[in-house]
Design a protein around this ligand. Structure first.
Ligand SMILES: Cc1ncc(COP(=O)(O)O)c(C=O)c1O
Length: 382
């Protein structure tokens, strides 16, 4: 994915010897501020605050939303360990919510779990780019006074009714870690349309003294920012100019990359659905996916047969995993908070669900070969 344009952008940053985002006089001279501006434009929000990871952005989003130690925060049980971790980091308690067989948060279970009025916020994880009915999510949040926050780590490029996911709630967080749509090695971005949230996020992320002058969109609020500075701890989660210079040239490639990945995804789905032991839920019509991975459920196969298929595919260099064993997405492995909700449906579903990354360099021929090899390995164990 990285190319000559990225090389020259990084070399230019090195040549200038300005690796720190605030080592400049104005936002126009900061690679990170430029990235924030372009990122906000791409996703369609007023503000973006770049950080060192999505996990930092999730943590900061919770603090900005006023989550306090002891508060409860709902989160779908099908997500990555970093998401409940960010909730625990804020001193809050994750409340796990079941997902449906479409891998999206189960809205009935969500409503049941927030109905007592004790859940302060929802951290909706668009795990593997899957999106529930957002009108319904917002309706339930409004009904029970639940603050809506979004973990869009995996959903840069995923649109819901033509709007970027991660922009529906009070704040959203994206990841630019290597396995995501744009690759900065590490990195994250908090987005919001709320000025107060954006300013607080800047300060939590480590904007100290007068450095807010080096962010876009702050000029008219100098007095406000002067007042806010030092009233919020600076956790120093800043992104460096080096990371931003890797990311900046990739932003304009997202749409092309999404189209390429979605074509590969559609081809692979067509091949795999020839097998009656594979179930792949379709995306809703109003969801434009950005399919950088594929998930399917193995049906009518034993655990032993599934393990045989996984082992067989590994001999062909095709590494697939189910959400089992020590997988960091298997919620029953998370021992760092008390799990009062068992989410049996999600456990049963994801243990038989395959996770396979669709790399950006796979050709049509590669996809055909991978699909047919998977079908052959399934036939071998039947
Ligand atoms: C669903 C999900 N949310 C959040 C994160 C955290 O992202 P980061 O690694 O940038 O902290 C990840 C990381 O892979 C993830 O998969």
């Amino acid at each position: 994915m990285l190319n000559d344009e990225v090389n020259s952008s990084v070399l230019e940053t090195l040549r200038k010897q300005r690796l720190f985002r605030y080592d400049c006089n104005s936002p126009e001279e900061s690679e990170v501020s430029i990235f924030e501006k372009k990122f906000a434009t791409y996703v369609g929000t007023q503000y973006a605050v770049a950080m060192n990871s999505c996990s930092s952005a999730l943590f900061v989003a919770l603090l900005c939303a006023g989550i306090k130690p002891g508060d409860k925060v709902a989160v779908p049980a099908f997500t990555f360990i970093a998401v409940p971790s960010s909730i625990v980091h804020a001193g809050a308690l994750p409340v796990l919510v079941e997902v449906t067989e479409d891998y999206v948060m189960d809205l009935n279970d969500f409503e049941t779990k927030v109905a007592d009025g004790n859940v302060k916020a929802l951290m909706l994880s668009y795990m593997r780019g899957r999106v529930p009915n957002l009108e319904k999510v917002i309706e339930i949040c409004n009904k029970y006074n639940v603050i809506f926050l979004e973990d869009a780590a995996h959903s840069l490029g995923v649109l819901y009714s033509q709007t970027q996911t991660g922009t529906f709630g009070l704040a959203g967080a994206f990841s630019t870690q290597s396995y995501k749509m744009i690759d900065g090695g590490e990195g994250g971005v908090l987005v919001t349309n709320d000025k107060n949230i954006a300013f607080k996020a800047m300060l939590y992320a480590g904007c100290y003294e007068h450095n807010w002058e080096k962010h876009f969109g702050t000029k008219e609020d100098a007095a406000k920012l002067k007042d806010m500075t030092n009233s919020i701890p600076a956790y120093n989660f800043r992104m460096s100019n080096l990371t931003a210079s890797v990311l900046n040239p990739q932003l304009k490639k997202i749409e092309g990359r999404v189209e390429f990945l979605n074509n590969n995804y559609a081809t692979l789905v067509d091949i795999l659905l020839k097998c009656k032991n594979i179930r792949i839920p379709a995306f809703e019509e109003n969801v434009r996916p950005a399919a950088d991975s594929i998930q399917w459920e193995f049906i009518n196969l034993s655990e032993h047969q599934i393990n045989q298929i996984i082992a067989g595919l590994a001999t062909h260099g095709i590494e697939i995993n189910v959400f089992n064993g020590s997988n960091a997405r298997s919620f029953w492995n998370w021992m760092f908070f008390e799990q009062n909700e068992k989410c049996p449906f999600t456990k049963e579903l994801i243990q038989k669900t395959v996770d396979y990354r669709l790399r950006g360099n796979l050709s049509f021929g590669d996809i055909e070969l991978i699909g047919n090899t998977i079908l052959n390995e399934i036939c071998n164990v039947l």
